[in-house]
Design a protein around this ligand. Structure first.
Ligand SMILES: Nc1ncnc2c1ncn2[C@@H]1O[C@H](COP(=O)(O)OP(=O)(O)OP(=O)(O)O)[C@@H](O)[C@H]1O
Ligand SMILES: [Mg+2]
Length: 225
C-alpha cells in the first residue's frame, strides 16, 4: 500500500547541504499503523510531508498503491494530496469563521465534486462524537473536540492513508486518550493505514508498529513492544 524506499532529504543552507533524512525505507500494508518517535528536529514532520506528497525527497521513492506522486505533473500531485491522503496536525488548523460541519467540508473546496460529501460529513462528525456540535465554531470547542473535527476533515475524501503529526501534542491526558481511541477505532473498523508522529510513549504503544528516527536514521523496533 505505502512503500518508502531509500528516502534522503537535504536542505540547502548557507553552510552547505544539510541532510535531514539518511535513507528511510519501510512498507506498510493496508490497515497497518506505524508510530514514529524521535527528538525534536530529527525530521519527523519532514518525513510525513514527504509521505503526503507535500515535499519532494532529495532522492528515493514513495509509492502509494503503486503511484509515485512526485512522478505526476503538479496539478495531479495536488489532486493526489487532496484525495488520497488525510493530514492531521498538532495544531488543528480549523478555520475559525466556519462551523464544524463547514470545516469538515473544506477539502471539497478544491478538487473533484462529490455530491455524497455533505452526508458523509455528518456521518464522520457523528463518528468522532460531535453530532451535538455541528453548528459550533472552533472557538466554542475544547482542544480535544477541535482535534476530532480535524480528523473528520482529514477523512472526508475517504483517503486510505492518514498522516498525523503529533495530533495529541497540545491536549490534556483525557482528550489525548479520546483522540487515541478514535484513531484506534478508525484503524480497526475502517482498515485505515496510519502513520503517526508522537512524543508520547503511551500513544505510540497503541500502534501496531513503532519506529524511531534519530540523527536522520529510521529504525523500526521489532520486539513487539
Ligand atoms: N524548509 C526548510 N529549510 C531548511 N531546513 C529545514 C526546513 N524544514 C525543516 N528544516 C530543518 O529540518 C530539521 C527537521 O525538521 P522537522 O520539522 O522535520 O523536525 P521534527 O522531527 O518534526 O521536530 P519536532 O519534534 O520539533 O516537530 C530541522 O532541523 C529543521 O530546522
Ligand atoms: Mg515536527
Amino acid at each position: 500500500m505505502l512503500q518508502v524506499e531509500e528516502i534522503h532529504k537535504s536542505y540547502p543552507t548557507p553552510g552547505g547541504e544539510l541532510e535531514i533524512l539518511h535513507g528511510v525505507t519501510f512498507k506498510l500494508d493496508e490497515g497497518e499503523s506505524l508510530a514514529v518517535m524521535g527528538p525534536s528536529g530529527c525530521g519527523k514532520s519532514t518525513l510525513l510531508q514527504i509521505l503526503g506528497a507535500l515535499e519532494p525527497p532529495t532522492s528515493g521513492t514513495v509509492t502509494l498503491d503503486g503511484v509515485n506522486p512526485y512522478s505526476l505533473p503538479e496539478s495531479e500531485q495536488a489532486l493526489f494530496r487532496n484525495t488520497r491522503v488525510g493530514f492531521v496536525f498538532q495544531d488543528h488548523s480549523l478555520l475559525p469563521q466556519l462551523t464544524v460541519e463547514e470545516n469538515v467540508l473544506t477539502p471539497l473546496l478544491v478538487g473533484p465534486r462529490d455530491p455524497e460529501a455533505p452526508a458523509r460529513a455528518r456521518r464522520l462528525i457523528e463518528e468522532v462524537g460531535l453530532v451535538h456540535r455541528l453548528k459550533h465554531r472552533p472557538g466554542e470547542l475544547s482542544g480535544g473536540e477541535k482535534q476530532r473535527v480535524a480528523i473528520a476533515r482529514a477523512l472526508i475524501r475517504q483517503p486510505k492513508l492518514l498522516l498525523c503529526d503529533e495530533p495529541t501534542g497540545n491536549l490534556d491526558q483525557q482528550s489525548a486518550g479520546n483522540v487515541a481511541d478514535l484513531l484506534d477505532r478508525l484503524q480497526r473498523e475502517r482498515r485505515m493505514t496510519i502513520v503517526l508522529v508522537t512524543h508520547s510513549q503511551e500513544l505510540a504503544g497503541r500502534f501496531g508498529r513503532r519506529a524511531s528516527l534519530a540523527a536522520g536514521v529510521f529504525a523500526e523496533s521489532r520486539n513487539g513492544q
